[in-house]
Design a protein around this ligand. Structure first.
Ligand code: CTP
Ligand code: MG
Length: 193
C-alpha cells in the first residue's frame, strides 16, 4: 500500500464517524440529551451543545453514508478503483446485520465520544463551545473505535492496522480543523474549532 492508499483507506473507514459529527451540528437543536439536568458538582451533565436531535440526525447521516459506501464498494472494486482498500465487512455480506451494525457503531460511537468529551469539559468547568485541544479533534474517533472494538472486535482488528490507526490519528485533527473553519464560515458552528 502506498501512502495515498493508506490515507484513502483511513478516510473511507472513518467516513460514517466523520460525517456524524458535523451533521449533528447542522441538524442539532432542541431538547438537550441531559434534559437540562445538573451533575452533583453543580454543573450541567453535558450542556446545551449536546441535543437528542443532533444525536439522532448525526447517527442517521453516518448510517446513510455507510450504506452508500457499502453499495459503492463492489463497483469500485470491479472498476479497479478500490483494490485492497478495506470495506465495511463485505465478506459478511454487503447488507448483512454485521455490516449494518458496524456502520451504526461507527456513527453512534462518534457522537457518544463527542458527548463523553462534553461531560469531561463540564467537570473541568469549561463552558459550552470552549476549546479543548486534541480532545475536540479526536473525541469522536475514540468513541467510534471504542464501540467497534467492544462490539465488532474482529472487524476492528481486521481493518484498523497500526498504520491505519496512526494515519487516522494524524489526519483527523487536520481534516477536523479544515471542516470546522468551513462550518464557522457558513455559520453552522459558532467557533472555528
Ligand atoms: N450538536 C447537537 N447535538 C449533539 C452534538 C452536537 O445538537 N449530540 C450541535 C450543537 O448545536 C453544538 C454543535 O452541534 O453546539 C457543535 O458541536 P460541538 O462543537 O461538539 O459542541 P459545543 O457547542 O462546542 O459544546 P461542548 O462544549 O459541549 O463541546
Ligand atoms: Mg465544540
Amino acid at each position: 500500500m502506498t501512502l495515498i492508499d493508506i490515507l484513502a483507506a483511513s478516510i473511507w473507514l472513518m467516513l460514517p464517524a466523520y460525517l456524524a459529527n458535523p451533521m449533528a451540528a447542522v441538524f442539532g437543536g432542541g431538547t438537550p440529551m441531559d434534559l437540562g439536568k445538573y451533575f452533583p458538582d453543580g454543573r450541567r451533565i453535558l450542556g446545551n451543545g449536546k441535543t437528542i436531535r443532533g444525536l439522532v440526525a448525526g447517527t442517521a447521516c453516518g448510517i446513510m453514508i455507510g450504506l452508500i459506501q457499502i453499495g459503492l464498494a463492489p463497483r469500485l472494486m470491479a472498476s479497479g478503483v478500490l483494490d485492497n482498500w478495506p470495506l465495511f465487512h463485505g465478506a459478511l455480506g454487503a447488507y448483512s446485520f454485521s455490516t449494518l451494525s458496524i456502520v451504526f457503531l461507527m456513527a453512534f460511537g462518534a457522537l457518544l465520544g463527542d458527548s463523553a468529551e462534553s461531560f469531561i469539559k463540564r467537570r473541568l468547568d469549561l463552558e459550552r463551545g470552549a476549546m479543548f485541544p486534541v480532545a475536540d479533534q479526536l473525541d469522536f474517533v475514540l468513541g467510534a473505535w471504542v464501540l467497534t472494538y467492544i462490539f465488532a472486535a474482529y472487524w476492528f482488528n481486521t481493518y484498523f492496522s497500526f498504520w491505519i490507526i496512526l494515519t487516522v490519528l494524524v489526519a483527523t485533527p487536520l481534516l477536523h480543523l479544515a471542516a470546522n473553519i468551513l462550518g464557522y464560515l457558513i455559520k453552522v458552528k459558532k467557533e472555528p474549532w
